[in-house]
Structure formats: structure tokens, C-alpha cells
Design a protein around this ligand. Structure first.
Ligand code: DGL
Length: 263
């Protein structure tokens, strides 16, 4: 069994790189649903349906542990997937998301005020507020959607992305921690850090590798089922020529393929 990583597009490569840097010995299959990007602007039912299709695909590729790197898919679909879909469809498969590990990290230093910047669908789900308040009911949480940020990063327009970040930064100036709740935002984490020097900026690329390693240490029954030949495949539902360049920036040295070729 391999480790599957799912994202709505290529942004999840940043987290996959963190997994591979931390645990290079495992076999990984990355699947980016580039045909249906962006999820952050879609309705919940549509996001759930795309996510279920993606999971079925990764399960068909012999993934026994799947991490949904996409914050939007985690926010909207993970609960249904864990409680209804997996028990009926593939009870031996384990599916994890990115919200809970991120929330744990954001509260580690005893924060009393936490900001969350994410896609519109993630903010609408209110999952970050709910999970943060489970750990600290007194917590002050400010969630803000930044819908222009993903397109600017996707288009490689970092001058525009910096301006957008500068527009959102004042919302979070009083926070103790700020969660970057979107696969693409690690690419602008330094910008947030520069503009918010007193705020602890939580970036998923910096925490997910250690979190997954710790999870596998605590779940030996899953770990022993995972193959370790150090093989990595990076698949997308639709390939466009410039994706290869984007992928190189997110994870230098890799090559992405359309899923049909590899299936
Ligand atoms: N992967 C999405 C997320 O982490 C961002 C891109 C999208 O909107 O699909 O929320």
C-alpha cells in the first residue's frame, strides 16, 4: 500500500515535498484534480463529488493511507468521507486531512487570538473555528477569505500576490497566530511574515511532514502496510504545458503526468 496525497491542483505538491523530505523511503502517489480547479470557489456538493472521485482513483492506485492536502476538500468533505464513504467503500483505507494538525500547531504556543486566511469555501465551512474552539472554547478566531490569492499564485504573478497579502494583513495584525489555510499560501508565507512580524504564521509545508511521521509512529498497524521502495508518481486530471513549470517551482526535479497514462 502506498501513501496517496490529494489536492485540487498543484499546490499540494508543497506538502508532498514535505512528506518526501521527511520520509523518503515510502511510496507516494500524488493526484491533483487540475481539471476542476479551483475548489475554493465551488459549492459544497460539487467539492464533495470531486473529492470522492479523486479518492476512488487513489484507492484504485493502491493507496492505503490518503492525505487530503487541500484545505477546501478537507473542510467540506473529510467528515463525510471518514464517517460514511470510507466505512462503506474501502474500510481498510485511512483518510486524513490538514485542518486538525494545523490547528494543533497554531495553539501549541498558547495563542489566545488566532487568524485564518483561506479560500471562500473553507471559510464558509467554519471548520477552522470549530476545531480551534474544540481545543480552546475561549479562543478569539478571525477567519477571512482571500479569493484573489490563489489565482495570482497560479499565474505566477507574485507582485500581484504581494499586494493582495498586504491588503489582508491588517485583519491579522492583532493575532497571536495566523493559519495559512490553503495549499498555495506557503508560497507567500514570507510575505505574510514580513508584514506581520509579531504574529506566528503557521504554514502547512513546515508542519505536515513531522505530523505524518508522528501519526505513523503512533499507528503501527497502518505503517506496517505501507510499501517502502522510494517510488513517487505525480498525476493530474488535466495536463497543460505550463503545469510542468509550475510543478518545478513547487517541487524541483519532479515530472507530472496525466492520470490516464499512468493508470
Ligand atoms: N487546494 C485549495 C485549498 O487548499 C486551493 C485551491 C483551490 O481553490 O482549489 O484550499
Amino acid at each position: 500500500m502506498k501513501i496517496g496525497v490529494f489536492d485540487s491542483g498543484l499546490g499540494g505538491l508543497v506538502v508532498t515535498r514535505a512528506f518526501i523530505d521527511t520520509m523518503p523511503e515510502y511510496d507516494y502517489v500524488y493526484y491533483g484534480d487540475t481539471a476542476n480547479l479551483p475548489y475554493g470557489e465551488k459549492k459544497a456538493g460539487q467539492i464533495l463529488s470531486y473529492t470522492l472521485d479523486a479518492l476512488k482513483y487513489l484507492i484504485s492506485q493502491k493507496c492505503g493511507l490518503i492525505i487530503i492536502a487541500c484545505n477546501t476538500a478537507t473542510s467540506v468533505a473529510l467528515r463525510y468521507i471518514q464517517q460514511k464513504f470510507i466505512p462503506a467503500y474501502a474500510p481498510d483505507v485511512k483518510v486524513l486531512g490538514v485542518v486538525i494538525p494545523t490547528v494543533e500547531e497554531a495553539l501549541r504556543g498558547g495563542a489566545a487570538k488566532v487568524g485564518v486566511v483561506a479560500t471562500r469555501a473553507t471559510v464558509a465551512s467554519k471548520i477552522y473555528t470549530a476545531e480551534l474552539r474544540k481545543l480552546n472554547p475561549q479562543l478569539k478566531v478571525t477567519e477571512v477569505a482571500a479569493p484573489e490569492l490563489v489565482p495570482a499564485i497560479e499565474q505566477d504573478d507574485f507582485a500581484a500576490a504581494e499586494k493582495i497579502v498586504a491588503g489582508y494583513a491588517p485583519h491579522f495584525a492583532e493575532m497571536d497566530s495566523l493559519i495559512l489555510g490553503c495549499t498555495h499560501y506557503p508560497l507567500v508565507k514570507n510575505c505574510f511574515r514580513r508584514l506581520l512580524p509579531g504574529v506566528e504564521v503557521i504554514s502547512q509545508d513546515e508542519l505536515m511532514g513531522a505530523k505524518l511521521k508522528d501519526y505513523l509512529r503512533r499507528h503501527v498497524e497502518i505503517d506496517i502496510c505501507l510499501s517502502r521502495e522510494g517510488q513517487y508518481r505525480f498525476l493530474v486530471s488535466r495536463s497543460e504545458r505550463h503545469y510542468q513549470d509550475v510543478a518545478q517551482k513547487l517541487f524541483p526535479g519532479i515530472s507530472i503526468c496525466p492520470k490516464e497514462v499512468q493508470a
